[in-house]
Design a protein around this ligand. Structure first.
Ligand code: SAH
Ligand code: SF4
Ligand code: F3S
Length: 464
């Protein structure tokens, strides 16, 4: 109810502001970080549109909202840099509204810095209270000289039914859980996203049904550790059960999910994936390190051997699956020997692709106060060696479907060559092939003629 009152107040405030300007006002929400943030941004844009803003995606907009990430230090540095740029624009247009939200705002040190050094930021909120956006907009429109900050440390509440503006009409993320309880020793996410909370299966399935009615063909179930979905619900449900039920929804042809923690990946999940062709033949299974000694210091709760065993169970049940991963190089105390264990796992598993990261020291995490931090040169040297191996294997793995005909969900017209369209295979590999705009959102059979590193060039094949 209170949300409605604030919404009306924001709508009235905006109407007056646009009468003064003599034109409709625009808003842009710019996303940094992961798929969770991207999905939150769709809700933020939905709320901004409901207030009455015309949604754009440029920083020229009358209101610019940065939805921030803080997983690595460089994510924060980037935001401070971009704030400087927004400030120079605001000097020319003092009515410009600058707003910040997302993971970085959940760090107390960041809020202090914004209060002290960035007085031109109009409003700040966090990851637990997105739904307060209309209230903060109303306050800023009424008192543009003040700075409004609203941060909650954590919450048990899941606010359903926020409006959303989806980026694609044919695919969508669906949150199944929020937060994380794993406390990997290097990671800041549990501190900024709070404790793990699962949405009820009914709410999730209703959302999927509505999306299917809207023409969505592909969904991605989102959570920091989807394999522990449902454990804390009053009537516990497993992630595998949820997947099975999601696959029953008519109109949904492809289901993806992110991210799977190896420690919680069940045999039941492997069985459900194997027998259900709607579930994409792709599993993102973050390794982080191949050394059991480092994995223990990371608090990952699996060993090198267990990870490899899991991979072989998955491969024997689903032989054509593509595996991808995340790896951190230079965790405190990592020796050359530990690093070679990581290279060894990469050579054995043969990932289709891998995100590789330099370890970043995040204040407040246990790893930040470990004594044996690795020097920059060693870190960069290992990073380069890992990247070379990951890319060599990735090319070979990606190319293994050359000559086959496979379904491609077409996503866009190619940006460089207008007579090509671009889409993705079920395993997430990008494919370009001759075609027109009318194919966007369709799943079409494509012959994979030639693999160029990490993508294919193909030609449309006839449907049976
Ligand atoms: N919940 C997901 C990952 C979320 S963060 C999972 O557990 O897999 C995405 C990736 O960022 C992580 O997998 C990790 O590889 C990387 N990452 C997290 N904290 C980091 C840090 N402090 N330094 C470098 N990389 C980090
Ligand atoms: Fe971070 Fe670990 Fe949670 Fe992933 S599982 S978000 S890496 S603490
Ligand atoms: Fe970044 Fe937050 Fe995602 S810290 S990686 S945007 S959960």
């Amino acid at each position: 109810m209170e949300r409605q009152i604030w919404l009306h107040r924001a709508q009235r405030g905006l109407q007056k502001a646009s009468e003064r300007k003599g034109r409709p006002l625009t808003a842009a929400c710019i996303t940094f970080g992961c798929q969770m943030n991207a999905r939150d941004s769709e809700k933020l844009r939905g709320m901004l549109a409901e207030i009455g803003f015309t949604i754009t995606d440029t920083e020229e907009a009358d209101l610019v909202l940065y939805n921030t990430c803080t997983v690595r230090e460089n994510a924060n540095t980037k935001i401070y840099g971009r704030l400087g740029y927004l400030h120079s624009m605001k000097k020319k247009d003092p009515d410009k509204i600058i707003a910040l939200c997302g993971c970085m705002m959940q760090e107390p040190g960041v809020i202090e810095a914004i209060r002290r050094n960035y007085p031109y930021v109009n409003m700040v909120f966090g990851t637990h209270n997105l739904y307060r956006l209309p209230e903060l907009v109303a306050c800023v429109l009424e008192s543009p000289q003040e700075q409004f900050i609203a941060i909650l440390k954590d919450t048990d509440e899941i606010v359903e039914d926020l409006p959303k503006i989806r980026k694609y009409h044919f695919k969508s993320g669906v949150n199944i859980m929020f937060g994380c309880n794993n406390f990997c020793s290097y990671c800041i996410v549990p501190y900024v996203r709070g404790r793990e909370k699962s949405r009820s299966p009914e709410d999730i399935l209703n959302e999927i049904r509505t999306l299917a009615q809207d023409g969505v063909k592909e969904i991605m179930l989102l959570g920091q550790n989807v394999n522990s979905y449902g454990k804390t619900l009053q009537e516990p449900v497993t992630f595998a059960e949820l997947l099975d039920r999601a696959a029953e929804v008519d109109g949904i042809d492809r289901i993806r999910f992110m991210t799977s923690h190896p420690k919680d990946l069940s045999k039941e999940l492997i069985r459900v994936m194997a027998r259900n062709p709607k579930i994409c033949r792709h599993l993102h299974l973050p390794l982080q390190s191949g050394s059991t000694r480092i994995l223990e210091k990371m608090n990952r709760r699996y060993t090198k051997e267990r990870y490899l065993e899991l991979v072989s169970e998955i491969r024997s049940a689903i032989p054509d699956i593509s595996l991808t991963t995340d790896i951190i190089v230079g965790f405190p105390g990592e020796t050359e020997e530990d690093f070679r264990e990581t290279l060894d796992v990469v050579s054995r598993v043969r990932y289709d692709s891998a995100f590789t990261f330099l370890y970043s020291r995040r204040t407040g995490t246990p790893a930040a106060s470990m004594s044996d931090q690795i020097d920059e040169n060693t870190m960069h040297d290992r990073f380069d060696r890992l990247l070379t191996l990951v890319q060599t294997i990735g090319r070979e793995q990606t190319a293994r479907f050359t000559g086959q005909v496979m379904p491609v969900l077409v996503e866009s017209v190619n940006t460089q060559q207008k007579d090509l369209v671009t889409g993705r295979l079920g395993n997430n590999t990008v494919v370009h092939f001759p075609g027109s705009k009318s194919l966007i959102g369709e799943i079409v059979p494509v012959r994979l003629d030639e693999c160029r590193g990490f993508y294919y060039l193909g030609t449309q094949a006839r449907s049976e």
